[in-house]
Design a protein around this ligand. Sequence first.
Ligand SMILES: [Zn+2]
Length: 257
Amino acid sequence: MLIRKIVNITSTIAGVLMIAAVSFNKLPWWSLLVLAFLWLFITAYGVANIRSGYFLKSLNNNPKFTEKKIAITFDDGPDPNTLKILEVLNTYNVKGTFFCIGKQIEKYPDILLRIIEENHIIGNHTFTHDKLIDIYSTDKFTKEIEDADTIIEKISGKKPLLFRPPYGITNPKIARAVKKTGHSVIGWNKRSFDTTIPSEKVILKRITKNLKGGDVILLHDTKIITVAVLEQLLLFLQSNNFTTVTIDELFSIQAYA
Ligand SMILES: [Zn+2]
């Protein structure tokens, strides 16, 4: 957030000075274009990378964690495939953190309840997870978070305090919405790309490479391939003496109000 302020102030000052220089023919006009592209490039990087902390503070991993404990997170459920994920987690006695979508909860309330009954943690992942959600106004995005909270609370009696932005995208409107709702924003530092990569091996390699205590893995409980990846991951964790914790434990924060 501080970096963003520095970038914006520096760009504005540079822009004003350059306009003056261009008008006195001291600089070519296209130098302003270069500045505009540079600003756009940095801002786009901040939008697309939740870990950059460009617009808001998110918890992506806990480097202070010296023990070999990591957190596994699942996005976009509940979904019938979530049941297979829960089975694997049960077999290895592992607890995960599930960032659920409101409209999916409407469809599968029983699966949401089962996640909670099996002592996993639930977080908010907006109500619709719409493709265009990242261009919503602050008020519309705030409503997305509040509506998801409402349905989670209606079905489970729990009001989530953890929130993960869809696609890991952040911008000033989302930052303002989250400030209003007061949720802790949870990112990740091990992205699996299990929604796009078709190979179990490649996905597993991505998430296990240089894995260390305090890391947060992002998976999707909606994907069939993720069931097999999860099983391989849990075997890897076992043979490398890793254990797992839920997100609230990893960051010593509260999952519910
Ligand atoms: Zn998502």
